[in-house]
Design a protein around this ligand. Structure first.
Ligand code: NIG
Ligand code: FE
Length: 421
């Protein structure tokens, strides 16, 4: 007889998502693996050690005991959602900008009027580390309640060494203390600081910020895994972006950048040159860029909230799937696109970007996990992976996408522990 941490039983649908695959592309994105009337078992480390039909698990574990048994009573279970792109550490409220945008101002017009990233930078520089942590925590709590168990999270509202490192420290502390897991991204190249030029900002990042990042990482005070730059006209253009990303790559950071959002900037082409792990946005990506991305492969992290709130054209998700570009989803949570909900993001991806529900789930689980190099341990319900799960208050899993605004979530489970109920 063996004692285990958790048994999940009587799941009408145990949505495995994918089996033995690091990510899915093309038509495979529409084939979500499901065990009807399923059950699974989790060990004391929070890892799935067995999964199958109710009867199979019963037969194999007749003599075992469990600290907790959750009887789903015919509800569906999916893997914890993975948010592939967030900016959750910041101070200052930009709700007034929403009014400006509704009145017709574009993102760049808001930026020029003293709003946008510059506004948030000013407030974030003034905030202390503990202020920022206290602002971050309830945001993470809200994400968790919506089924998110792993996020990519960026710095990028400092644009100088001290504040960028302060943000990474806040993310490091949150990663150690909050149920949500975090893959931190250094985004010193989010905008050109006031009074500076792209050239000076690039120098500062390469020669000051990155060396300090390395020092603090070696000292165990921060734990960045990825490097990002906002490749955009008037922000960082192709050559500066390339220089920053390469410098980060040399420090072992994975390249995961913002590109082709407001203007076509040859992002896919740059990803091909640098063998980037991921590009976010891609509203204006070219056919050649997508072909490059499929080749590398570079993940397309699509952010339907941005297109929605800025009333932009959506990225060509259908064409990407046709070309075998691996597609992932993110909330882009930031003061411009204030969305903490991956179920809503999946709904937008379906309605606005014409993805089907299976594709949206794949993009918000195994593929978004793979976009931050976590799909060996996260993103699907498989033996050997963490038991991160969402129990849905319905016998059909699709209700998490279909029911807008307040998705029917009965439990969120992180590494085999119930973290929201
Ligand atoms: O992903 N596009 C650049 N960065 C963010 C917006 C950040 C902000 O407006 O504060 C984005 O949408
Ligand atoms: Fe972003």
């Amino acid at each position: 007889m063996v004692n285990y941490k958790l048994k999940i039983k009587n799941a009408s649908q145990l949505v495995v998502v994918s089996k033995n695959k690091p990510y899915l592309v093309g038509k495979d994105m529409s084939n979500v693996e499901i065990i009807e009337n399923g059950s699974l078992i989790v060990d004391s480390n929070g890892i799935i050690i067995d999964i199958g039909t109710e009867q199979e698990i019963l037969d194999r574990h007749r003599d075992d005991s469990f600290d907790t048994v959750i009887d789903c009573q015919g509800r569906a279970v999916i893997p914890g959602l993975v948010d592939g792109h967030t900016h959750p550490v910041y101070a200052g409220d930009r709700v007034h900008e929403f009014a400006m945008k509704l009145a017709g101002a574009t993102y760049l017009e808001v930026q020029k009027a003293g709003g946008g990233i510059g506004f948030t930078v000013q407030h974030t520089r003034q905030a202390s580390e503990s202020d920022l942590f206290n602002l971050l925590k309830p945001r993470l709590d809200r994400m968790l309640k919506q089924g998110t168990t792993l996020i990519e999270a960026k710095s990028g509202y400092g644009l100088e060494t001290d504040t960028e490192m302060k943000m990474l420290k806040v993310l490091h502390r949150a990663a150690q203390s909050h149920a949500i897991e975090i893959s931190a991204t250094y985004l010193g190249g989010h905008a050109i600081p006031k009074g500076s030029t792209a050239e000076q900002a690039t120098e500062d990042i390469v020669n000051k910020q990155l060396p300090e990042l390395k020092r603090l990482r070696d000292a165990g005070e921060i734990s960045p895994e990825n490097i990002d730059v906002f490749l955009e006209r008037g922000f960082f253009e192709y050559d500066d972006t390339k220089r920053i990303l390469e410098a980060g790559q040399q420090l072992g950071l994975a390249i995961n950048f913002h590109g082709d959002e407001l203007s076509f900037m040859k992002s896919g082409e740059l990803a091909g040159e640098l063998k980037a792990r991921a590009i976010s946005h891609l509203e204006k990506v070219s056919e050649e860029g997508m072909l490059e991305m499929a080749k590398v492969p570079t993940f397309a992290v699509l952010l339907p909230t941005t297109a929605y709130v800025l009333r932009l054209e959506c990225p060509p998700a259908r064409r990407m799937i046709e070309l075998n570009v691996p597609v992932a989803l993110g909330s882009d949570y930031n003061p411009n696109a204030h969305c903490l909900s991956m179920p809503f993001v999946m709904n937008l991806a379906c309605v606005l970007m014409k993805m089907n529900m299976n594709e949206a789930l794949v993009a918000a689980t195994i593929n978004s996990a793979a976009s931050i190099n976590k799909s060996k341990t996260h993103g699907s319900l498989e033996i050997g992976k963490y038991a991160d799960m969402v129990i849905i208050d319905s016998n059909r899993w699709e209700h998490i996408i279909y029911e807008m605004v307040d998705p029917p979530i009965s439990h969120v489970i992180k590494k085999g522990s119930v973290v929201f109920q």
